[in-house]
Design a binder for this molecule. Sequence first.
Ligand SMILES: NC(=O)c1ccc[n+]([C@@H]2O[C@H](COP(=O)([O-])OP(=O)(O)OC[C@H]3O[C@@H](n4cnc5c(N)ncnc54)[C@H](O)[C@@H]3O)[C@@H](O)[C@H]2O)c1
Length: 448
Amino acid sequence: MADVVASEVAQFIQKIENRSARIGIIGMGYVGLPLALLFSEERFAVTGFDIDGKKVSALNAGGSYIVRIPGTEIQAAQKHGFLATADYSEIGNVDVVIICVPTPLNENHEPDLSYIRDTAKAIAPHLREGQLVILESTTYPGTTEEVLIPLLEVGNSSGLHVNREDATSGFYVAFSPEREDPGNDTVARRDIPKVVGGVGPLALELASAVYASIFNRTVPVSTPAAAEMTKLLENIYRCVNIALVNELKQLCHRMGIDIFEVIDAAKTKPFGFQAFYPGPGLGGHCIPIDPFYLSWKAKQYDFRTKFIELAGEVNVAMPYYVVDKTVEALNEESKALKGSKILVLGLAYKKDVDDLRESPSLTIIELLKDRGAIVSYNDPFFPYVGRGRHYDLDMHGVSLDNLAQYDCVLIVTDHSDYDYARIVHESKLIIDSRNATKGIESEKIVRC
Ligand SMILES: NC(=O)c1ccc[n+]([C@@H]2O[C@H](COP(=O)([O-])OP(=O)(O)OC[C@H]3O[C@@H](n4cnc5c(N)ncnc54)[C@H](O)[C@@H]3O)[C@@H](O)[C@H]2O)c1
């Protein structure tokens, strides 16, 4: 039996090495599409699965819907066999299935694993022996074993089971977290080490071989749960440290100290300190969401994750703090927020990205509108903003031509393309929640 398995594993690895393995990636979003392109660059034929027909059509027409990915990259991938589909029967034709679907929170702030469940149910009937299924979506420890595998096993009409050790049949399963940092070009994607946890040593070996073909370093851990927890530790670490500097920023404002000057000085320490920066609140699909996956799971173990809850409290309050600071600054000008014309600069959750998810800008705009301000916005990435899960704005962006018409310009996202010196020069009052105007001296600037 061991020989059969050894030869199956050897064949699989050979297919990876000679690039004849076909890779299937489920979810052609911010994570799945760049991953597909990385495999294509390494001459693998990739099939991208998505339930969004518009994305499938765009990709098959050689186009892209993510700003930082030009259509030419999709076309180059097509030359290596890249194609997109919504047809799950194609799963039978791939050797590796990598799942990159969303893992949001539901309305009760609890993990919403419906996308993972739906994907598992859709894959299961088409699974075949020897295939490797890898989950990349961020989630709580235990998801691969407790949610993904049972659905794959139950939904599979051939009676296949996960191959944990050295059974002669079955499919292989692993978890490997995504570590992308959108907009950060300082580290090449392939230089980001890839953590991998397999269900059994064979799955670990196969998944490591798959990722070693596109990443310079893989980091094996003992179980999928350890890999799931690794991702959460990384994001909770950010969330807690951002909350710490957000709290200290508020204290520094009261004490008349510039928090950014303090952080810049502290980060000259060559050990034991990593710089995190305060802002108007957390955004993106990871840092505001992932920690709550763990606090939810922790309750099953009768455990309260107090750091996560406290950090959440501080970070969630930041958009309110920015709005309060705006009220104060207008008050200094003898103006009420109600009826004031306010231009919000930046909708994206962080600079230079075309991603709105959980952006504090959306909350700030809603708070300002609720309190009677007349709000406009500008964002080069979003000419229009409509409805989302937590907002309903229906607004068109405005130009930066006539800044003097606004009672206040509020910088929420510090996009690099903005000419901050001109913005300060032409505006009546600037509220800067990002330190974007660093180095510009003007009494019109209120940093918050
Ligand atoms: N965006 C990031 O920077 C980032 C970084 C690290 C980890 N992650 C994690 O990666 C996962 C994916 O995030 P994302 O940002 O790529 O999300 P996304 O929303 O950009 O993309 C997900 C894609 O999956 C598709 N999809 C949903 N259900 C599907 C199904 N049943 N079958 C096929 N396709 C389906 C959607 O149509 C969408 O195109 C999440 O768990 C997220 O937490 C994201």
